[in-house]
Design a protein around this ligand. Structure first.
Ligand code: ADP
Length: 568
C-alpha cells in the first residue's frame, strides 16, 4: 500500500490543489466505469470494475492524507438485514476488523447520520453518549467525523433527479494528537460525494455486467441455435446449440464466419443484411455425426439505438422431424392409395369377368376357381393392410394389441412358417437352422407367427434376385432366452436406416427399394409384438448388397402377470 505522508501544516492552497486532483481522479473513474455501455459493446471481462475499485481505494487513501486521519471506513447499508456494515476499501483497518465493524442502521452516531443525512463531528468517542452502540472501541476510535454517503442520479443537464442514501463515511483519529474541525467536516462531505459517485458507477457497471451475463446465460440455454455476425463479417456471439450444429469445439467469437459456417444460403442472408435488405429465411442441411439434419434459419438485422449497423442475427431451428413427418405423410398417401387400389382393381376385374361369363358359360370351372382364388387372395391382402393400419393407430393411441398367452411349441411353429413361406416363393430357398428339440415357451402363438411371417415376407420381398433365406434358432441357457434370426442375401439396408426401419412408416428411400411396394408399418408392428407383448428384443444387422439378419430374443418363461399388468 502506498501511503504518502503530509505534514500538519499543509497549506490551504495545497489542499485545494489536492482536491482538484481528486476531482480529476473521479472524472477518470467515471469515464472508466461510468457511462453505461450498451449490451453489444459491453466487454465480458470485469476490468473496469477492478479499475473502479482501484480508483475508490486510491480515493480513500487520499481522504486519509488530506484529513490527516488514521482510519477511513465506508459503511454500506445492507437493506436485507437493516445494518450498516464496513466494506472495503478502508484505510488503516484490516479486513478482519472491517468485517466486524457493523451496527443496526437505527443505532449510534452511524445510524443517526444515515437517518438524518447530516454529518456528526465527535471528539471523545468513549464518553460520547451518542456513540454508545457504535463499535468504535473495536477500532480504538478517539475522535472522528461521520458523513452521509449519497448516490445522486442526474439527468442530461446534470440536474439531480434522484438521491438515495447508501451508507456513511467515517474518518477516525486525527493524527499528531490533533482533533477534527468544521473545515474537515466540509472537506469530508465534499469527498463523500466523490466516493458515492464512484460506488454508484461501480454498482451500475456491475448491474450491466450481471444483465449481460443473464442475457448470455439465456442465449446459451436456448435449444435453438443463435449466431450474431458483426457488420465486418466476424462472429460476435454464438450459443452452444449453434456451436453443436456446426461441430465447433472452441469459441468461434472474433473469427470470420465463412470459415466456420460455409453454407451458401447463410452467406446470402448475411449479404442481404449487409445491403440493408430483409435478411429473410433459408433452409440448410447440415451433415453431422453421419446424419443429415435440416434447419430452418430465420434472420434479422441488428441495429444500435443510434441506427448503427451491428450485423445480422440468425436463429436456427431443427425441423428435421417436421420435414420427415411431411415426407411420411405424402408418401403414406401415395402408398395407401396404391396398396388399396391394386387389390381393388384385381377384385373388380376378376369378378366382373366372372359375371359377364355366367350367362354364356364363358369360363370353365377351373378358370372360375382360379379367378375366385385371386379375388379371395386380394381380399386377404386388403384386410391385412387395413388391419396393419388399424393396429398402428391403436398402438399410436397407447393401446396395446390384446395378447392371448399360452404355451408355444416354438420348434413346431418354426417348421410351419418355413413350409408356408417356402410355398410362396420359388426363387428363394428357405432353410431352418435349429436344434431338433426346443423348449416350449410362454407367449402368444398367433403374434409370434405374425412376427416370423412378417420377417420372412420381408426377406423374400427385399431379396428380388432370390437366394437363401435362413431361419436361425437357438436356446441361450445363460440368459434363459431363445434367439431367433431371419437372414437373407438380399439388398441390405444402409447403415443410417438400420435402426430407423422399426419406426412407423419408415422405408429406405432409394432406387431399388422404391420399386418394392410396402407400407413401412410391418416392422413397427413386429417391434411392438416382440417388445411390448413378449418382453423381448429385436434388432437388425445388415450390409448393403450382402443381406440382412433380423434378430429376435424372447424370454423362455414370460411373466404373464407382469405383462398383463404392464399392458393394462
Ligand atoms: P414395408 O416392407 O411395408 O415397407 P416394413 O416395416 O416391413 O415395411 O419395413 C420397413 C423398411 O425396412 C422397408 O421399407 C425396407 O426398406 C426395409 N427392410 C425391411 N426388411 C428388409 C430386408 N429384409 N432387407 C432389406 N430391407 C428391409
Amino acid at each position: 500500500m502506498i501511503v504518502e505522508e503530509h505534514g500538519p501544516n499543509e497549506s490551504l492552497e495545497q489542499l485545494k490543489k489536492r482536491i482538484a486532483e481528486l476531482e480529476e481522479l473521479v472524472k477518470q473513474s467515471n469515464s472508466a466505469s461510468g457511462s453505461k455501455p450498451t449490451q453489444a459493446e459491453a466487454p465480458v471481462d470485469i476490468t473496469p470494475i477492478s479499475e473502479g475499485e482501484m480508483t475508490l481505494r486510491r480515493l480513500v487513501q487520499r481522504i486519509a492524507m488530506i484529513l490527516q486521519a488514521e482510519k477511513i471506513v465506508i459503511m454500506f447499508y445492507d437493506r436485507e438485514i437493516g445494518e450498516l456494515r464496513g466494506i472495503p476499501p478502508a484505510f488503516g483497518v484490516d479486513d478482519e476488523h472491517l468485517n466486524l465493524f457493523r451496527i443496526r442502521a437505527t443505532h449510534g452516531i452511524s445510524g443517526q447520520v444515515f437517518r438524518d443525512g447530516e454529518p456528526i463531528l465527535f471528539h471523545d468517542a468513549a464518553n460520547d453518549p451518542r456513540a454508545d452502540k457504535d463499535p468504535f472501541a473495536l477500532l480504538h476510535v478517539v475522535n472522528g467525523i461521520c458523513v452521509p454517503l449519497v448516490i445522486e442520479k442526474r439527468d442530461e443537464e446534470n440536474r439531480v433527479i434522484e438521491r438515495s442514501m447508501i451508507g456513511v463515511l467515517h474518518s477516525f483519529n486525527k493524527r499528531h494528537g490533533e482533533d477534527f474541525n468544521d473545515e474537515d467536516v466540509r472537506l469530508l462531505e465534499r469527498m463523500a460525494k466523490n466516493v458515492g459517485s464512484i460506488i454508484a458507477n461501480l454498482q451500475m457497471y456491475r448491474e450491466v455486467v450481471e444483465e449481460r451475463e443473464e442475457l448470455l446465460q439465456t442465449l446459451e440455454s436456448l435449444s435453438a441455435g443463435l449466431v450474431l455476425i458483426g457488420s465486418e463479417g466476424r462472429i460476435s456471439q454464438m450459443n452452444s446449440s449453434c456451436r453443436a450444429i456446426f461441430g465447433l469445439a472452441t469459441s468461434p467469437v472474433g473469427k470470420p464466419y465463412p470459415d466456420l459456417i460455409p453454407n451458401p444460403e447463410i452467406k446470402e442472408m448475411v449479404l442481404r443484411g449487409a445491403n440493408g435488405q430483409d435478411v429473410g429465411t433459408a433452409e440448410i442441411t447440415v451433415h453431422l455425426h453421419g446424419n443429415d439434419r435440416i434447419y430452418q434459419v430465420n434472420g434479422a438485422q441488428v441495429k444500435h439505438e443510434d441506427g448503427k449497423d451491428l450485423g445480422v442475427v440468425l436463429i436456427l431451428n431443427d425441423v428435421t422431424d417436421l420435414k420427415n413427418i411431411e415426407k411420411m405423410k405424402s408418401s403414406f398417401v401415395a402408398m395407401a392409395s396404391h396398396e388399396l387400389r391394386t387389390p381393388l382393381t384385381a377384385i373388380k376385374g376378376f369378378s366382373s369377368t366372372l359375371l359377364e361369363g355366367i350367362d354364356d358359360d364363358l369360363y370353365t370351372k377351373e378358370d372360375q376357381k382360379e379367378f375366385l382364388n385371386i379375388v379371395v387372395n386380394e381380399c386377404d391382402r386388403l384386410r391385412r393392410l387395413i388391419d396393419d393400419l388399424l393396429n398402428t393407430s391403436r398402438i399410436e393411441a397407447g393401446e396395446s394389441l390384446k395378447p392371448s398367452y399360452g404355451e408355444v411349441k416354438i420348434r413346431q411353429l418354426l417348421d410351419k412358417v418355413q413350409k408356408i413361406q417356402q410355398q410362396a416363393t420359388n426363387r428363394h430357398v428357405i432353410k431352418l437352422s435349429a436344434p431338433d428339440t426346443m423348449p416350449i415357451i410362454v407367449g402368444d402363438e398367433d403374434k409370434l407367427d405374425q412376427t416370423l411371417t412378417n420377417l420372412l415376407n420381408n426377406a423374400i420381398k427385399y431379396s428380388p434376385n432370390g437366394g437363401d433365406i435362413t431361419i436361425h434358432a437357438k436356446v441361450e441357457d445363460e440368459t434363459d432366452t431363445i434367439l431367433l434370426g431371419v437372414q437373407d442375401q438380399g439388398m441390405g439396408i444402409p447403415a443410417e436406416h438400420v435402426d430407423k426401419v422399426f419406426e412407423r412408416f419408415h422405408r429406405v428411400d432409394n432406387e431399388d427399394n422404391r420399386k418394392i411396394y410396402g407400407t413401412g408399418l410391418g416392422l413397427f408392428l413386429v417391434k411392438h409384438l416382440v417388445e411390448d407383448i413378449h418382453d423381448g428384443q429385436i434388432w437388425c444387422e445388415s450390409e448393403v448388397g450382402v443381406g440382412s439378419t433380423f434378430w429376435v430374443r424372447l424370454p423362455q418363461k414370460l411373466d404373464i402377470e407382469k405383462m398383463e399388468a404392464n399392458l393394462g
